[in-house]
Design a protein around this ligand. Sequence first.
Ligand code: SF4
Length: 340
Amino acid sequence: MKETIGFPRALLFYYYYPAWRVFFESLGRTCKVSGKTTKAVIDSGIKVTVDEACLPVKAFHGHVQSLSGACDRVFVPRLVSVEKKAYICPKLMGLPDMVRHNCTGIRQILDPCIDMSRNRKAFKREVYATGRLFTQNSLRISTARRKAQHTYEAFIRLLEAGLTPIDAMIKLNIYDGQDFENSAIPHNALTWRKGAETRPLVIGLLGHPYIIYDSFLGMNVLDRLKSMGANVVTMDMLSPAIIEREAAKSPKRVFWTMGRRLLGAGYYFLTPGVVDGCLQMSAFACGPDSFIGELLQQESIRSQRKVPFMTIIVDEHTGEAGIQTRLEAFVDIAERSMLR
Ligand code: SF4
């Protein structure tokens, strides 16, 4: 029987699963993704993590536990950096250590160290080292790496076109779960707006992919906004050029990759005329989000609140009713500002 590699459906799974899946399958392995996030998954993560951990890290642990006994190795990369001179949140750097310490019953952890902060050579070496765990044939590894790279590029193009990560995976035939998230975004609302005769309400949604695309952690925010008649555009639909241009307006370069992307997208959404409201969804106990939210709040005040801005912080106790009321009020305000 083929060896199975388990992927917890949490954290940066939403960006990197397609590439790693193609890589491992090209090396003759099978990949298995954990199920959707549920209360049971969160509770199981909470039991084994420290109180200070953010909700997405707790959820990750729950997903790892749910894969126990269902695969031969669990994929828990040590994500240090995915670009030059910028870093990923420290919690993701220490993730394999946390999982080893906290989770029991996991046969083996596959934890390549992804660090592109200086150059891509170290990353390439790590990919080959990971490949050599399964084959000594360098040509096979090289082919697998190339296929993974192409898949990643195609995936990013689909995100920019407006698909959610799970929809993009389905489109690329690299997701076979029965329980995919609902498709809430038909296409990039900004592109749609340009050609529309009547002006649709567009909300810019900011948040880590593992919050806004996870219907449980993100309290179904995409579907809720859609049911209120709003079209949603996320930072993944913006070109890197827009994000970098906007993020450069910050007097000091933000050296957290995700933080910088959120800030760039936030500055863009707060530019009058781009969207009708900017909504940030953040996780309780997230350090990077707290200062990005503050910077965006200041920008919103500086621009005389021409674009409504609101932050919603989710944690394991967040209730559905509270979210629904706040979203309805926010959409209401966005609609009024659209008519001004
Ligand atoms: S960026 Fe925030 S939400 Fe994401 S892992 Fe780090 S602390 Fe948690």
